[in-house]
Design a protein. Structure first.
Length: 520
């Protein structure tokens, strides 16, 4: 009997995954396409927490000739000599430097660390010179070199607003120029990151760097397709659906609504976020926002606030392919950054008169909620949440006092700055959701039922509260929707008291206009 494989969201080393009997979704067919050429240099952009580091770790194991790790995988069956190459693996994710001097120290440390692992002694004192020395010495001793660079843009993204940005950029440009200088010594180069900066700003004259970020052939290199989900996780998902008393088909639809929907090329399939899916399984099938926990680039949060983003306008607009092109670190395109960080994805495209245009949108519930939570927490920076509001909400929950709870939320809305409000039901729903998260209550959003989705529900002791939110409509309409769609049915056998609450927000006043409640 085959031993059950573990599922984890926190392991990014291929060797450890295979030796520790963790489930690995086989992506080696894509890597086989990449390594087939005798010499190649690739760039690959994906949002954070999407499997880029694991991809580099897998490539590293291939080029180190560790065939035993690939037993049963696609690449094991291909005609490949498994010749070991010297590998330089540089992870920029831990590089935090606000000055050029400190950045040079960190880069030099990374190069020296690679030199030690390859038993090379370096004499050069500057990072670009030491990098070149390392590549040259490895080539002379062991042959052509493989270079893997993870999160190449982290030092720049961390310092977008830094007054020293130009100096930092100059250091990075000099460091990466070694890739061009040492091209004759390189077998394979693979660079990953979140942002796509113009070559002139970071990669100098790397005119042979092939960007596969929006290539149809590699659209699903990271993330899980629907087929991969079923092939690898079906037994576990069926078990979770049973444990949560959910019908399997409905359970899968909720999973799709929450974590699927990323599309990285015109013809590419949608993919699930691999880390969110693993966290979902680790948390026993709890539909929750795991993506937001990983944090967002500070510059994105700042731009959201400064530009008073009208997300409805963003989603309803059409964009040419220029929106996906790289930008200068000193001149960031807000829409491009939203796409590259994973907040927006390709929803549709069309070509007319030889011009292709795209519609963008949130990939799924998790990301949409994260966007609005960013706004809520940005607003909360200006408010004193320690004074009054958390206490009032907790007291109202302890006493099952719906009137006091709704009044506290209305007071919170009144304090949010005008420019942060967005005319969207989801925004107000997320405010509600986030406030309860802040005070430590378990609140469930967008819960799937047989006839729709519950905006939110809270289980509090022997009480269950079911909420439906409307914007510029009526509380009666919200309550009527709960009743007509029978959102309460899934809780009727719980033995708990069920209260239905319909709430209506008014965008003109930015307040809770009215609410209605009904006990079952």
């Amino acid at each position: 009997m085959e031993k059950e494989q573990y599922i984890t969201s926190s392991l990014y080393t291929f060797e450890n995954m295979r030796e520790g009997n963790y489930l690995y979704v086989d992506k080696t067919a894509y890597l086989w396409k990449l390594i087939n050429k005798p010499q190649s240099m690739f760039f690959f952009s994906r949002p954070r927490r999407f499997g880029k580091s694991l991809t580099l770790s897998t490539l590293k194991a291939i080029f180190q000739g560790k065939k035993e790790l690939f037993k049963g995988l696609y690449i094991e069956k291909q005609a490949y000599d498994w010749k070991p190459y010297p590998v330089i693996h540089i992870d920029m994710g831990s590089v935090y430097a606000e000055t050029a001097h400190r950045l040079e120290e960190n880069l030099l440390s990374l190069v020296k660390d690679n030199a030690r692992k390859n038993n090379i002694i370096l004499e050069k004192k500057y990072p670009n010179e030491a990098f070149k020395e390392l590549v040259t010495n490895l080539y002379q001793r062991d042959g052509k070199v493989v270079i893997l660079i993870d999160e190449y843009d982290k030092p720049i993204l961390n310092n977008i607003e830094n007054k020293n940005l130009a100096e930092l950029q100059k250091v990075m440009k000099g460091f990466y120029s070694v890739l061009k200088t040492c091209e004759p010594y390189e077998r394979f180069v693979f660079i990953t990151g979140v942002g796509k900066f113009l070559k002139v700003s970071i990669f100098s004259d790397l005119n042979n760097l092939t960007d596969i970020s929006m290539n149809d052939d590699f659209a699903t290199l990271c993330g899980y397709t629907e087929k991969e989900l079923i092939d690898n996780f079906q037994t576990k998902l069926e078990d979770l659906a049973n444990k949560n008393n959910e019908e399997y088909k409905s359970f899968l639809q909720s999973l799709k609504d929450w974590y699927d929907g990323y599309r990285f090329s015109k013809r590419g399939e949608n993919v699930y976020n691999p880390v969110s899916l693993a966290k979902f399984i680790e948390n026993h099938g709890d539909f929750n926002n795991y993506w937001f926990e990983t944090g967002s680039p500070s510059i994105l949060v700042k731009l959201i606030k400064e530009k008073s983003v009208n997300i409805e306008e963003v989603i309803n607009s059409s964009y040419t392919e220029n929106i996906f092109t790289a930008f200068m670190p000193t001149s960031i395109s807000f829409i491009a950054l939203m796409y590259q960080t994973g907040y927006l994805t390709i929803k549709s495209w069309q070509t007319q008169d030889r011009v292709t245009t795209y519609k963008l949108g949130f990939p799924n519930f998790e990301v949409e909620e994260s966007f609005y939570q960013n706004l809520v927490y940005t607003a909360s920076d200006n408010l004193d949440l320690s004074a009054g509001l958390p206490y009032k909400l907790k007291e109202s929950m302890r006493n099952n006092d719906i009137d006091r709870m709704m009044k506290a939320i209305d007071c919170y809305l009144a304090e949010i700055p005008y420019e942060i409000h967005i005319k969207n039901e989801k925004y107000y729903q997320t405010i509600f959701y986030s406030l309860f998260k802040i005070i430590g209550y378990s609140i469930h959003a967008e819960a799937q039922t047989s006839d729709g989705r519950i905006d939110a529900y809270i289980e509090n002791g022997n009480n269950i509260y079911i909420f439906e939110f409307k914007l510029d409509k009526s509380a009666d309409e919200a309550l009527e929707q709960i009743m007509n769609k029978k959102y309460y049915l899934k809780f009727q056998n719980s033995g708990k008291k069920i209260t239905l609450i319909g709430a209506n927000f008014d965008f003109e006043t930015r307040r809770l206009k009215d609410y209605k409640k009904k006990e079952l």
